[in-house]
Design a protein around this ligand. Sequence first.
Ligand SMILES: [Zn+2]
Length: 116
Amino acid sequence: MPNKNLMKVPSQKLSRENAFPVSLKIGPFTYEIRQSTNFAARHSMWGQARPAELVIEIEPDIDIGQKYQVLLHEAIHAADEHFHLGLPDEDKENAVDRLATILYGILKENNLLKGA
Ligand SMILES: [Zn+2]
């Protein structure tokens, strides 16, 4: 969920060898993916989508599979914000999590994820 009080944090740019994406297109929107040191410790969550800024922030210190699941989870939140997917408000986190898990499984089992 977007948090208006989130302070600016230094983002860690990825080296070329790291396969994890640094940007993500969601429809006509291009999100910057920031892997922000100690994100989880500071925010008590693994990631956050900020649709108004077109930024997805992710905790860098987790395994690559989990990182992709967090990215998908936040991408679904972002898509929901832009395209109003009709996810149930009262159970949105669970719906987003289930969609992300299913999508991750499809991508992983069909070798469509770099480095995972
Ligand atoms: Zn969420």
